[in-house]
Design a protein around this ligand. Sequence first.
Ligand SMILES: C[S@@+](CC[C@H](N)C(=O)[O-])C[C@H]1O[C@@H](n2cnc3c(N)ncnc32)[C@H](O)[C@@H]1O
Length: 372
Amino acid sequence: MANTPDVESTLISKDPFQETSPLPQPVFNDPKHHIKIFQGDCLEILAAIPEDSVDLIFADPPYFLSNGGITCHAGRMVSVNKGQWDRSRGADANHEFNRAWLAACQRVLKPNGSIWVSGTSHAIHSVGFAMQQLEFKLLNDISWVKPNPPPNLSCRYFTHATETLIWAAKNKKSRHTFNYKLMKEINRGKQMKSVWEILPPDRAEKRFGKHPTQKPVALLERVLLAASNQGDLVLDPFMGSGTTAIAALRLRRLFLGVDRDLGFLHLAVARFFGETCCVSVAVAAFHFDLDLRTTFVDRSGKQADCSMMTFASKLVHRERKYFFVGMHQREIIYSVVAPSIEEAWKSFQASRQSKEQVLSIIKTETEIYLAQ
Ligand SMILES: C[S@@+](CC[C@H](N)C(=O)[O-])C[C@H]1O[C@@H](n2cnc3c(N)ncnc32)[C@H](O)[C@@H]1O
């Protein structure tokens, strides 16, 4: 992406005399990979983004379904409670909210830009109606089919096995991007239909923690591949655990995301580092008894228990080391052995480098136990 402008200059170049209030400080900014994340209400952040500046929006808004209902999770009956953010405020207020954020998204879309909104029956009809009221150009509604949906416990409905994605262009005049040939190629030479069978996120996608309504990266990759190009600016106003950011990063789109919940944003940033940073660990021992457990048992039947705590051992060394990763220069710009992050920061500041140069800090912790 050597010649790709960053998110900031893309935004500023659109309207240098913008009357909108300036964007607040992002909670995360990676100029190298063109990822910018803001914490706050999407209505406020969208109001600060210049008009006609975004190529593609993916929005996965509140479902408004966390109102004491039940569902089935891992074979058990559990109450539907995704969080306060998902509570219904009544049909009229929910619709007003949908209309407000959709209007704000329409303003920031480029003339040929398009928006995708995902949801279930609780919110998607209101979203579709609001889009008609705002005169978006409706392009498709995609049925995302989940191959293994949870069973319907009440046995009074069909099993809910789909979510809908509405795809719409900014207005009737828009000439939206559609990578038709690529979609046909992905679909083994046949025209891609509006029914997409994609598995929900697997364990690996949730290894940094869970978001209650996390979307699979494969779904977002399909959306971005279909309706945007490398170097385009993608916006997600309800980014949650950052699935859209991961797809944008992998497919070399610029990304700007918003969520109100700092906990979800921490998860998104952890997922981002899971994609861009790898710490490799190697252990070598010399003149060492290879079977630390010394008691001889047959372990072939079960998974080996690697815990050193199962036999007498002693902690002989502990070390915490902090590595400061550069914001622009993607290298370790400083490292220090310190007992805590606060001490590491003090030491970094004493080195007279500016904190603006730091993208992130990686902590490695080494504990060495020896069998006694
Ligand atoms: C359905 S989830 C999005 C999940 C996301 N697609 C993912 O893959 O992780 C909706 C998100 O919107 C956030 N949210 C709700 N109301 C908001 C608002 N007014 N402004 C910004 N974020 C909001 C919630 O915190 C929640 O994380």
